[in-house]
Design a binder for this molecule. Structure first.
Ligand SMILES: C[S@@+](CC[C@H](N)C(=O)[O-])C[C@H]1O[C@@H](n2cnc3c(N)ncnc32)[C@H](O)[C@@H]1O
Length: 273
């Protein structure tokens, strides 16, 4: 029987409720050092996040973050001094993390468990919507993007990272789970859905992403190589093996940075309603 949207969403929720994204980077018992170690490692591995997000622009705006996860970016949004800050995530675990994390810094946000595909907010209630690495995990990503458009005020802006189909991460997973298993006919879509993070994860070409953001008046996007594409940090926990260790040592990072810049997993989209 084909899996329904809601069944798959339950699996996505269960996946991220077992361990929020990036928990492996947090060290120590004491809350402040635990969350600070998480933020340090996150921004060292993904320096593009603050450059793309431009958290400072949240000042004096009504801001929503979708898929707060462990909340490193949510803290940066809160520090910027928004008029109002709201954060949602599909999992109670993420909301507990971010509640604790905000307390550590004496910052505030309205946090709640909610589904990106059915946001519990009125039309035109935000000036800025931010979401990093989230909407491709939701079974109906186009619906989640329609929700972003609905709740933004005219002229409001969104910055969203979704996964890019033609990425080094995708090619590596395809080599490992399609070619090396004698199943070269497996599509990249199938590989992402079964071997990258939560079940049913999707990745989009630029043309597909443009179509999904078609309602917006201005859209800019670019693909960016990340630590997964470059096999940096603790990447690949789930795919461990001698081949991965060898690839990490021999990976020609300079070559990919120079000649395959557009083959990153991160598709950074900035759009104006
Ligand atoms: C890869 S993590 C990213 C978290 C955070 N933005 C970060 O960069 O660390 C994906 C997050 O998206 C959340 N998520 C997945 N589907 C969602 C949905 N439909 N609505 C809200 N959050 C969702 C998950 O619970 C998880 O916390």
């Amino acid at each position: 029987m084909p899996e329904t949207n809601e069944t798959l969403k339950g699996e996505v929720r269960a996946f991220w409720d077992k361990s929020s994204c990036g928990e492996i980077y947090a060290q120590g018992e004491e809350p402040r050092s635990y969350y600070e170690s998480h933020a340090r490692t996150r921004y060292a591995l993904e320096p593009v996040i603050p450059l793309f997000a431009r958290f400072g622009e949240a000042r004096d705006k009504d801001v929503l973050e979708i898929g707060v996860g462990m909340g490193a970016d949510h803290i940066e949004l809160a520090k910027a001094g928004p008029r109002g800050l709201t954060g949602v995530d599909l999992t109670p675990r993420a909301i507990e993390h971010v509640t604790r994390r905000l307390q550590v810094y004496g910052l505030n946000s309205r946090l709640q468990v909610a589904d990106a595909e059915h946001l519990p907010f009125a039309d035109e209630s935000f000036d800025f919507v931010y979401s990093w690495g989230v909407l491709h995990h939701s079974p109906d990503t186009p619906q989640a993007i329609r929700e972003v458009w609905r709740i933004l005020r005219p002229g409001g802006k969104t910055r969203v990272m979704i996964y890019h189909k033609y990425s080094l991460v995708g090619y590596m997973l395809w080599l490992r789970y399609a070619l090396m298993r004698g199943r070269p006919g497996r599509s990249l879509a199938e590989i992402y859905a079964q071997h990258l993070e939560s079940p049913g994860t999707k990745a989009y070409s630029m043309a597909e992403a443009r179509r999904m953001f078609g309602q917006f008046s201005q859209v800019e996007m670019r693909a960016e190589l990340g630590f997964g594409d470059l096999l940096e940090g603790g990447v690949g926990q789930r795919h461990r093996g001698p081949l991965l260790s060898l690839a990490k040592r021999l990976w020609p990072r300079w070559f990919f940075k120079r000649f395959m810049k557009g083959h990153g997993l991160g598709l950074l989209v900035e759009a104006v309603k």
